[in-house]
Design a protein around this ligand. Sequence first.
Ligand code: 5GP
Length: 181
Amino acid sequence: MGKLVIISGPSGSGKTTVCKLLEKDPLVKKSISVTTRLPRHSEKNGKAYHFVSTNEFKEMIRKGELAEHAEYCGSYYGTPINALREALAKEIVYLLEIEVQGALQIMEKFPEAISIFLLPPDKKTLGQRLMQRNTNKEQDMELRLKIADKELEYRDRYNYCVVNDDLELTVNTIRKILDLA
Ligand code: 5GP
């Protein structure tokens, strides 16, 4: 039986980088979400996300193909349930890098899931990281910062909170939580 792991945290907390480093372990695999957001330059369909239209997304909800879904910054995001079930049938660690509304749905459906909330060291760093990313429009960035405040309120609902100040330390802490050697 695999391990289901939720990783949440505000945009700019470093979730994607942390997940990429965790994925270097052959035992770790990350779920590929479905989204209606437009791809960023370097994002390939089927790798970063499965990019779909709003109609396609709604059809997936109707058919029960998503384990959870949520709206974030005007786009929809969701976790395909079949891939999740297949992953759990194997002895792997399956990462869901998702925002809090979706995380709460997974916690309810899969109480055995291990949930980790990644915190930025402080708000200034969060803003700087979002600016450096340079892929978000200014308006989008402001909205992401506002959502970050809301998301932080949910951190107590998670099994673990990890402050992502030093990347290597963060990854090692999470590897320990997940019993990865
Ligand atoms: P981004 O647009 O920066 O790729 O993602 C925006 C937010 O959506 C991030 O917090 C990310 O973790 C979250 N997200 C990505 N995939 C999913 C998903 O399948 N479900 C939910 N609920 N959130 C997701």
